[in-house]
Design a protein around this ligand. Sequence first.
Ligand code: ZN
Length: 70
Amino acid sequence: MKHYYYSNNTDLQGNHTVHTEDCAFIPTASNRAYIGYYHNCSSAVRDARLQYPYQSFNGCYYCCRECHRR
Ligand SMILES: [Zn+2]
């Protein structure tokens, strides 16, 4: 299992990018928010959407590729 975070900033599509704790592209501590500890990115993204239904999330292409949508 891994700790998952999302970026405070949004990408060009308006999505907050979800990362694992060990991603090389994770934002700095002041630019990310903690989601939780999950078996996979789909659980992390699902929970992020439940917690913040008015925000959009997308998996990071590098660390959460199976959750990455174009
Ligand atoms: Zn990442």
